[in-house]
Design a protein. Structure first.
Length: 322
């Protein structure tokens, strides 16, 4: 398994900072009280796109246009945040961007991608079906496929983890949502490069448990997807490359229900007045699930609020909960 050096990660971070500033990490008193320990929230909802994905696309597409300047049109399957990121970075480089989303995808994420100049195509009932259609369009139209997981994406995402680990090098534990794996692999890469001892635990949706089942089996396990709240975690098949890193370097993988995620979204809003989408609140949901365990009690933990792109109607419904 390849892990980038600190010099390589710092070079990637320099590219990221041409497009956006670092994001803050804050410890919120009411959130500390709710979790029962010291919590540092990494606010990736404060990037220009409201998601950590903004970082990886900058680095991936910069490398792409340098190694293959003939590429002028790109495509990717997405549930939204990955697509927003490549649309944002593609526009900066003058690339034509197509994204494929499943039917019933977030209306507001689709609108954002169109607003960033992307062609948005709806196909299939889940991410995997959208991915297969994107591959077919790639062949038909001669497009470059931007993967959901790649070393360059990870290097860009790791810039946020470098910020957190440098600001709080004594974190005992970070909880990291897993969609296709770039987030947790960015955390692994930054931890390795800086030499910190922080434990890393992944978080999936109970309604999309492929990575948890795969972690426990030690091999790829496909699992059905039924989450309606944490669409950023709606993974049916684990990415082969990211799964290697999770198997070798993660300490565990937990699963949280849609109800637990919804409660965490409300908790973020009430304690910090920050908007969290489902996947963005998954790490907090996991922390609340294990708050009485030895993993949490008396420890200093880090939680990435990975994104805040939730449709207004869904969030209105969630806020009405207890």
């Amino acid at each position: 398994m390849y892990l980038p050096s600190l010099a390589e990660l710092d070079a990637a971070a320099a590219l990221v900072y041409r497009a956006m500033p670092p994001t803050p990490q804050y410890s919120w008193p009411l959130l500390n009280e709710a979790v029962g320990t010291g919590v540092w929230v990494k606010h990736e909802n404060h990037t220009p796109l409201g998601t950590f994905k903004a970082r990886g696309a900058v680095v991936y597409l910069d490398a792409l246009v340098r190694r293959a300047p003939e590429v002028r049109a790109i495509i990717a399957p997405t549930r939204g945040n990955h697509g927003q990121a490549i649309a944002f970075s593609g526009a900066r480089l003058g690339l034509q961007v197509t994204v494929v989303v499943p039917h019933g995808n977030s209306v507001e994420k689709n609108a954002c991608m169109r607003g960033l100049g992307a062609r948005v195509i709806e196909h299939g009932d889940d991410f995997q079906a959208s991915r297969e259609h994107a591959l077919a369009l790639m062949r038909e139209e001669g497009l470059h496929m931007v993967p959901s997981y790649h070393e360059d994406l990870v290097a860009g995402v790791a810039s946020g983890w470098l910020e957190l680990f440098r600001a709080q090098p004594d974190l005992d534990l970070v909880l990291v949502p897993i969609g296709q794996g770039s987030g947790i692999c960015g955390a692994i890469a930054a931890r390795h490069a800086l030499g910190v001892k922080t434990r890393i635990i992944g978080v999936v949706s109970s309604h999309a448990p492929a990575y948890q089942l795969s972690f426990r089996a030690g091999r790829s396990i496909e699992a059905a997807v039924s989450t309606v709240v944490a669409d950023g975690l709606a993974c049916r098949v684990a990415d082969a490359a990211s799964l290697v890193a999770v198997l070798e370097c993660a300490d565990d993988v937990l699963a949280v229900t849609d109800d637990e995620v919804a409660r965490a979204m409300r908790l973020y809003y009430r304690c910090t007045h920050n908007l969290a989408e489902g996947a963005g609140a998954a790490a907090l949901a996991a922390a609340m699930q294990i708050k009485d365990s030895a993993l949490i009690r008396g420890k200093k933990i880090g939680l990435p609020l990975t994104g805040g792109n939730v449709d207004a109607e869904l969030f209105r419904h969630i806020l009405q909960g207890p």
